[in-house]
Design a protein around this ligand. Structure first.
Ligand SMILES: Cc1ncc(COP(=O)(O)O)c(C=O)c1O
Length: 405
């Protein structure tokens, strides 16, 4: 949870600017706000950081995904290819749009596999949502190629990968729109918040309109603004945006620290030949939020999780065994598989090309059962980092006692 490790005077100052005026709403009321426009400022800084023309903030990463789907014209009857390893919000975004999620295999990049995508294409496929998991990017070149061949829209769910890049180009800028989350667990946080980015002016206009009931935001008389499209309320508040402004200014420091710490953790794991690492198409563009690695089989992965626990690793950092995680892997999404809904969803009335109840993706399941991720923190001292790697080693030696090289 890097961003929250660094809350300080900077975040308090930005929040106090808002509290002093009392203007918590992001639009209008120009004369009351002492010149403070935190959402606008955050958007300008986000666009600059991502080297993109436009950014629009939303109330969460989930609403950012929903906004991107709507703005890209993804809707009823469209099939959207999604990964089975993501946060459930990606799937919810497709369902809210009225689209049909279609799951493709992931590969060692922990993101959608290009071969897996090709296997589930149908004449109804409209878009691919590439989720750049755990702070690094997927195989973007191959996936762009598939989009070009089949005239598909690429949406990047970059919720977990602010700061990641491929050959110098930022994650979220390859497709039509990129979507970020600034929830409590992300590289920078607003508490709750999200954003979409794009280079397309029309999509940007749709985004700020869609996320605010279709208002066109022309002029400063809110009641009299036009409504070019139907939308909803996915707005961010000024308090949340204010925290985002302070946090974004720390991102270079956050990434530098994470990269340093990840390197030390990786060196520790690399002593064990049984361990292989997640594939990252451009290592230099890794935001280094997580250290992801595979064990030879599920039993060894489970033994190592247990050994980490006994050695005290979870007290120092997060140990994620995603295979058992309720939110991130389809295996455990009973509610989705059974379409347990309160509101009636379009997808309940049709027959998707996959039976979600029985869907099994063998390649993904094998990878997930062998995968462990360690959270890389920012504020560790040298002593804490050394304590962590010692405890990791204790656990690793126990599991691989005969194979230390
Ligand atoms: C890949 C992905 N997409 C979307 C979201 C949703 O973001 P939020 O929690 O801000 O709604 C998350 C959050 O964890 C995520 O990891």
């Amino acid at each position: 949870m890097p961003g929250v490790e660094l809350f300080g005077a900077e975040e308090r100052k930005e929040v106090n600017d808002v509290l002093e005026s009392g203007m918590l709403f992001r639009y209008n009321h120009d004369h009351l706000r002492n010149g403070h426009w935190k959402a606008r400022e955050f958007e300008a800084e986000l666009a600059k950081f991502n080297q993109v023309k436009y950014a629009h903030t939303c109330s969460s990463g989930s609403t950012a995904v929903a906004t991107a789907m709507a703005c890209c014209g993804i809707g009823v009857g469209d099939e959207v290819i999604v990964p089975p390893f993501t946060y459930i919000a990606t799937i919810e975004g497709a369902l809210l749009a009225g689209a049909v999620p279609v799951f493709a295999e992931i590969d060692e990049s922990l993101c959608l596999s290009p071969e897996g995508i090709r296997k589930v294409l149908t004449p109804h496929t409209k878009a691919i949502v590439l989720v750049h998991m755990c702070g690094s990017m997927g195989k973007i070149e191959e996936i762009l190629q598939i989009c070009a061949e089949h005239n598909l829209i690429l949406v990047e769910d970059t919720a977990q990968a602010l700061g990641a890049s491929y050959k110098g180009k930022m994650a979220g800028t390859f497709g039509k729109m990129g979507c970020f989350s600034f929830d409590f667990f992300k590289i920078i946080t607003c508490g709750e918040g999200g954003a979409v980015i794009t280079n397309d002016e029309q999509l940007y206009d749709y985004a700020h309109q869609y996320a605010d009931h279709g208002h066109d935001h022309i002029g400063d008389n809110r009641g009299m603004e036009g409504h070019p499209i139907i939308g909803f309320n996915y707005r961010i508040g000024e308090m949340n945006a204010a925290i985002g402004v302070a946090q974004l200014r720390k991102i270079d420091y956050i990434m530098a620290q994470q990269r340093k710490h990840k390197k030390a953790m990786k060196e520790c794991l690399a002593q064990y030949p049984e361990i292989s690492f997640r594939y990252t198409p451009d290592e230099s563009g890794d935001s280094a939020t997580f250290l992801d690695f595979f064990l030879p089989d599920e039993a060894t992965a489970r033994s190592l999780v247990k050994a980490f626990q006994e050695a005290g690793v979870p007290q120092l950092t997060g140990v994620q065994y995603w295979y058992d995680n309720n939110y991130h892997y389809i295996k455990n999404w009973e509610h989705f598989r059974n379409m347990q809904t309160v509101a009636k969803l379009y997808v309940e009335t049709i027959t998707p090309p996959q039976d979600y109840k029985t869907l099994f993706l063998p390649q993904t399941d094998n990878l997930m059962s062998r995968l462990i991720s360690l959270v890389v923190k920012v504020a560790w001292t040298e002593e804490q980092l050394s304590d962590l790697t010692q405890k990791m080693n204790t656990a690793l030696e126990k599991v691989f006692s005969k194979t230390l090289v």
